[in-house]
Ligand binder design. Sequence first.
Ligand code: A2P
Length: 350
Amino acid sequence: MSDGYNVAVVGATGAVGTKLIEMLEQTNLPLKKVKLLASKRSAGRKLLFKGEGLFVEELTAESFDDVDIAFFSAGGSTSQQFASEAVKRGTVVIDNTSQFRMDKDTPLVVPEVNKEALKKHQGIVANPNCSTIQMMVALEPIKKLVGIDRVIVSTYQAVSGAGARAVEEVKQQAKETLDGELPENLTTGILPVASDKKHYPQAFNALAQIDEFAEEGYTKEEWKMVNETKKIMADNQIKISATCVRVPVITSHSESIYIETKEETSVAQLRETLEKADGVVVEDDPSQQIYPQALNSVGKKDTFVGRIRRDLDIDNGYHLWVVSDNLLKGAAWNSVQIAETLHEMDLVHV
Ligand code: A2P
């Protein structure tokens, strides 16, 4: 087991990259050196790590020559181009993009749920989609208790999930709206998806499109939640469908989750189980108006669960409200937690 790692953050200037730096400041992973990588545009910029200014370097294949663990969060095409270069050089890659998530040789890991999958890694470990991660943290303890037959999830996702430029776009739209501009005249160009043909205002709006549309009228984000859940839970039989919606919240995703359990349970038993679960905080007291809120979860590593209630018509049907910081547990914290777990399991080698 190493007594210290050289780590790299690829996409260090981005929304998730910035949080990765913060999580690395807090990690108990032994670190020797931290290297910050981004595009040529950012080379030479200085970012703080534990109070020390570190220069951002341009990403090249050679960047990985002396790196043990690299966190990738610079888009799928960057991962596609550089992850194998890193692995070739002996670097273990923890990838935040969707590039390798469904590859059969790539573990897709939420440490609270399936850390054993890390044993099979061949150099790349994938960090799941942000919306999937928080749902897994909340559902795995229930699955262990009584099994889950079916999941129907609707998300209320934050803008920071689309990157730092998307956040700037929404702030600009909000300002323009408050200054009296009509919706059709607002500055658009990134949301709902930079790569798609049309762009709509997100400020003061809810958009039922995250990522591009794919098969059966579902978006890629919705398919990610479906396919990744089956892979992480190692359960191809679970029935699951998702509706993913972007709302004008800057950080933290909220999810309304309906489940049908395999065996009988009760609200009290579900609450007790979730209270004991790793990474979960139950906030659930309707009499005091206590339930998870996006704003309250920002900057926290936990997944917050509330509004636990039974369905009024379906036996074994339950509803939950699940909230977590999409940039932390949904991305940077889960990635650093994967690195800590790889270290604990002595698996930081290609
Ligand atoms: P840069 O700031 O130099 O463009 P976000 O998800 O917030 O949009 O951030 C994306 C991150 O990925 C940024 O750090 C960005 O760097 C980085 N990035 C984008 N394209 C590349 C590339 N081709 N090579 C390296 N880094 C990239």
